[in-house]
Design a protein around this ligand. Structure first.
Ligand code: NAD
Length: 310
């Protein structure tokens, strides 16, 4: 990556919350960008005012002007419509692909050396669109979903067991949809596989709640989640900025990996200053592989729709 500047596109719920968490974790210089005049400027100024209280310094610029994004090492794309009750993520595709296309063209022009983290839904399809439009090397384009879905799974496991969520390491794979593939065999509590601690029926219930975690919030709130998604983005950005080689599930380009054949889909990856530095290949059992293949098929269908629309 080319410097500790991060541009967040979209100053709505996810974008602004990402900017605030990133600022409070002193991640670097932040540019918050939106097409709505005044929105990013106002929110960035408000966040700057919180600095003396929350003890962070540094620049947070709100803007509609892409030239302010120049020099960014990371660009986070949150621009796009969010779900309302009764909608699936796939319902957003036609509108969001145009927004992601327009934004990706700007990213290629103003931030040609950046690593791009896509958040807009339907996630894996929007990562695919951003990769196509920017033409960036595949290690520099990734999507945030696994960090969120794994956090949801970890939270439910911690709640069920009454343990600290810090001790739970959840992992999952597949597309960011109701057919995501949580992997209890690889989920641990302080190193102990969750399968040793919870019975199959309980695990199945927590998996179901994880899969429906997004819609549970949409139904309560009337719009989609943003605190946990923003925290997921910042976790990824921190790993990239610190070159920490942290391993977490992200939507990443896989060709021979898992025999995916050239699509972006949720897999465990190692993150560092080059973005996706390695896809971690787990030995899946037949039922896990079947679930992954089902989810991948869905991802491929959405990518085909993107191909038609771009
Ligand atoms: P929001 O409506 O609060 O914010 C979206 C913002 O994007 C708005 O402020 C809008 O003005 C801006 N925008 C639209 N077009 C733009 C453009 N061309 N350039 C710059 N800004 C533009 O929505 P939200 O709740 O923040 O959600 C944003 C996206 O993230 C949605 O697509 C949502 O489905 C997705 N999302 C993904 C995850 C995930 O896990 N990947 C989680 C939550 C939300």
């Amino acid at each position: 990556m080319s410097g500790n500047k991060i541009t967040i596109v979209g100053a709505g719920n996810v974008g602004a919350t990402t900017a605030h968490i990133a600022a409070s974790r002193r991640i670097g210089e932040i540019a918050l960008l939106d097409i709505v005049k005044g929105l990013a400027e106002g929110k960035a100024l408000d966040m700057a005012h919180a600095g003396p209280v929350q003890r962070y310094d540094g620049t947070i610029v709100g803007t509609t002007d892409w030239s302010k994004a120049e020099g960014s090492g990371i660009v986070v794309i949150t621009s796009g419509l969010a779900r309302k009750p009764g909608m699936s993520r796939d319902d957003l595709l036609a509108k969001n692909v145009q927004i992601v296309k327009e934004v990706s063209e700007k990213v290629a022009k103003f931030c040609p050396d950046s690593i791009v983290i896509v958040v807009s839904n339907p996630l894996d399809a929007m990562v695919y669109a951003a990769a196509k439009v920017t033409g960036f090397a595949k290690n520099r384009i990734l999507g945030m979903a696994g960090a969120l879905d794994a956090a949801r799974f970890s939270h439910f496991v911690a709640e069920e067991l009454g343990v600290s969520s810090e001790d739970v390491r959840g992992i999952l794979m597949g597309g960011h949809g109701d057919d995501m593939v949580p992997l209890p065999r690889f989920t641990s509590v302080a190193g102990i596989p969750v399968t040793e601690l919870l019975d199959g029926e309980t695990i199945a219930r927590l998996i179901e709640r994880t899969r429906k975690g997004g819609i549970e919030i949409v139904d309560l709130l009337g719009s989609s989640a943003y605190y946990a998604p923003a925290a997921g983005v910042v976790k990824m950005a921190e790993a990239i900025v610190a070159d920490s080689k942290a391993i977490m599930p992200c939507s990443a380009y896989c060709d021979r990996e898992y025999d995916v054949g050239g699509y972006f889909v949720g897999v465990p990856v190692m993150l560092g200053k080059r973005g996706v530095e390695r896809v971690v290949e787990l030995k899946l059992e037949a039922d896990e592989r079947a679930e992954f293949d089902r989810s991948l098929e869905h991802v491929k269908q959405l990518a085909a729709k993107v191909d038609k629309l771009l």
